[in-house]
Design a protein. Structure first.
Length: 416
């Protein structure tokens, strides 16, 4: 089975839903090709990062279409299309690409993730203080007609939802349906509809909807942790991440190592790398077992933007590459027990710097925050927890670090 996501943390938080249910799963840091695909042989689920969120919509379409063509040629069924839970990137264009490549007649779209505070009602996605018109956002770059399915229909059950979709398709020509969901039971109703649906379709949504598709697998054992330093690193600017780091600082009795954003942006990457590495070395020498590394821009005001400017994306890439290099340098110098990485760009560049080509999901610490192990490269088998910047309450990073501390010497990782 294939999952296609537009960034690395999304690929990981979806793949772990299948791992939780026992599927052998791996996250591909980048798109496999004919030479590298053999690395993934034997896995039930391959979750692929197309790294297309920052691309223009036409380029994102091409990237996803080519990914689908590759997997289609190798005998795969239509993938689960993971979209961002606040609809960033190119959800419509990428879904068009999947439907075109696999000649799908319909698509079920639901970005709701109730356990992470994302719900869809009357076609509007609510994510904390943010409200996004999910129907409009999906339809913007699609050539297909998009229609909503209201909550009252979803709650009537699978037969009612299926009839509503087919009737609307006959009336308006709609083939892509954005479905309301405010609870786990709503997501189950949507998935049950898909299972019984008579036409060829694509499932498209967050990790929340994927969880129900994952239930067809059986439970398997997980792997033990080792001793060492835990590196918690973030390139996110989300205000939720700021609060999470502040709480974590109090919990582990340390301060963040702050990488100066402006210095990096204006050519001072080497200076920042040296300064941060020196501070990390001093902290470890003083007995710290948890290192917290953030960008100075974490402490500045930030608002979610569905489609950022090219200049901002380029700056973000420079910053995330610097954090990736710093993480690799710390790994080479000190024994690491695990990495906790916040933000998809940061996680991708960290994997690149360590030479990892994949992440094998193991379990979920809290919803949307999976624990996995790196596959390939110098840090092969190193545990890594990944988290989207906006996910989780104020205590999520504390829970991650506490999990790693609590289960260091246990035979299995498990969620309690």
């Amino acid at each position: 089975m294939i999952i296609l996501a537009d960034d690395l943390t999304g690929a990981n938080d979806t793949a772990v839903q299948y791992k939780n249910c026992g599927a052998s799963s791996i996250v591909s840091v980048g798109m496999p090709d004919s030479e590298s695909i053999s690395r993934f042989a034997g896995y039930d689920v391959i979750s692929v990062n197309t790294d297309s969120r920052a691309m223009p919509s036409a380029k994102a379409y091409d990237a996803v279409y080519e990914a689908c063509r590759f997997f289609n040629k190798n005998g795969a069924a239509a993938p689960y299309k993971k979209i961002d839970s606040v609809m960033r990137g190119n959800p419509g264009a990428e879904l068009d690409a999947v439907m075109d490549s696999f000649e799908s007649d319909f698509a079920f779209v639901c970005p709701a993730y109730p356990e992470n505070g994302r719900i869809v009602k009357s076609g509007i996605l609510y994510a904390g203080d943010d409200k996004i018109d999910a129907v409009k956002t999906v339809a913007e770059d699609m050539k297909r007609t998009v229609h909503s399915v209201p909550l009252e229909i979803v709650r009537e059950g699978a037969a009612a939802v299926g009839k509503y979709m087919l009737d609307e398709a006959s009336k308006s020509g709609a083939s892509v349906f954005v479905l309301d969901a405010c609870s786990e039971n709503d997501l189950k109703s949507i998935y049950d509809t898909a299972l019984a649906f008579p036409e060829k379709y694509v499932l498209c949504g967050s990790a929340g909807l994927a969880r129900f598709d994952a239930l067809r697998f059986t439970e398997k054992k997980k792997n033990p942790l080792k001793d060492g330093v835990t590196l918690v690193i973030s390139g996110s600017r989300n205000k939720k991440t700021r609060m999470q780091f502040q709480k974590l600082c109090d919990y582990v009795h340390t301060r963040c190592i702050v990488a100066d954003t402006k210095t990096i942006k204006y050519g001072g990457e080497s200076k920042v790398l040296n300064d941060c590495f020196e501070k990390a070395a001093h902290r470890i020498a003083a007995g710290d077992t948890t290192l917290l590394v953030v960008l100075s821009s974490l402490f500045e005001d930030f608002t979610i933007v569905l489609k950022d400017s090219d200049e901002n994306y380029r700056e973000a890439d420079v910053l995330s590459r610097t954090l990736g290099k710093l993480a690799a340098r710390i790994y080479e110098a000190f024994p690491l027990r695990a990495i906790v990485s916040c933000g998809g760009d940061t996680t991708l560049r960290l994997c690149n710097a360590l030479g990892a080509f994949g992440i094998e999901p193991v379990c979920e610490i809290v919803p949307g925050t999976p624990l996995g192990i790196l596959v390939g490269g110098k840090a092969d088998s190193l545990p890594i927890i990944t988290k989207s910047g906006g996910f989780g309450d104020d205590s999520v990073l504390t829970e991650c670090v506490d999990f790693l501390l609590k289960y260091t010497n246990h035979d299995e990782w498990r969620h309690t």
